[in-house]
Design a protein around this ligand. Sequence first.
Ligand code: B12
Length: 216
Amino acid sequence: MSDEEDDIILAELSDDELTLQMHDDLYDGLKEEIIEAVNILLGRGWTPYDVLTKALVEGMRIVGIDFRDGILFVPEVLLAANAMKGGMFILKPLLAETGAPRLGRMVIGTVKGDIHDIGKNLVTMMMEGAGFEVKDLGINNPVESYLEALVEEEADILGMSALLTTTMPYMKVVIDTMVENGIRDDYVIMVGGAAERGIRQGHRGRCLLSRCRRGG
Ligand code: B12
């Protein structure tokens, strides 16, 4: 960090300057600065919803673009997501009070036999940042966990993550069970990780696939 950046006093910036600074600070994964800036904007009378969308979500949108284009890598994105989480921690209770518009509810989890969760955690944060309520079931989820959570959370979207060739087919097991139970069309299903082949095994329906990453 340059001396010039060290000298920035967030409280002295105008609203516009502070918002742009927050985009930079998210990009650099500066959690303490994000927390300070969120509190400053709230203190200036910004609604929690405006702080979320104009400062945090917009900042993460820029991070997402550079991640997609290979300019940022996983460790940097995790730092940015962690900084975003710091801001979200302050805003979450306030948003609940002020009734900011929620886009929908999602249940997400890594499938049975699989402990990879970095991608899932990123998706969770991105979805929360985009205005969805997300129930994260963690790793190693059997079909029963997904089905129970969908009902309990009154969810609209099911998200599944699987990184191993041995666990990918389990996504199909979950979907097939939903078909058998006659509830498949009640939900949008999003799958990610090494999803491509796993889901191509003869399933039809509303599915959103993330881009598949290969290699190691
Ligand atoms: C980190 C890692 C681990 C860590 C996991 C730590 C953690 N907390 O997640 C540890 C060390 C624990 C691990 C363990 C193992 N791993 Co591993 N691991 C990886 C590695 C290097 C990176 C995965 C990762 O986090 N990528 C970064 C994230 C951001 O990417 P992502 O997960 O793909 O997520 C993105 C998208 O897929 C998508 N996405 C993900 N989930 C979802 C969900 C939804 C709903 C949506 C919309 C999108 C979405 O969004 C994300 C952002 O773009 C991969 C190699 C690779 N390049 O993928 C191997 C890899 C997945 N592992 C592999 C293996 C073999 C194993 C082990 C079996 C090794 C062993 N012998 O013990 C164990 C498995 C344990 C188990 N039962 O799960 C193999 C799998 C091979 C295969 N064909 O099955 C890989 C491919 C490495 C390799 N080339 O051999 N692993």
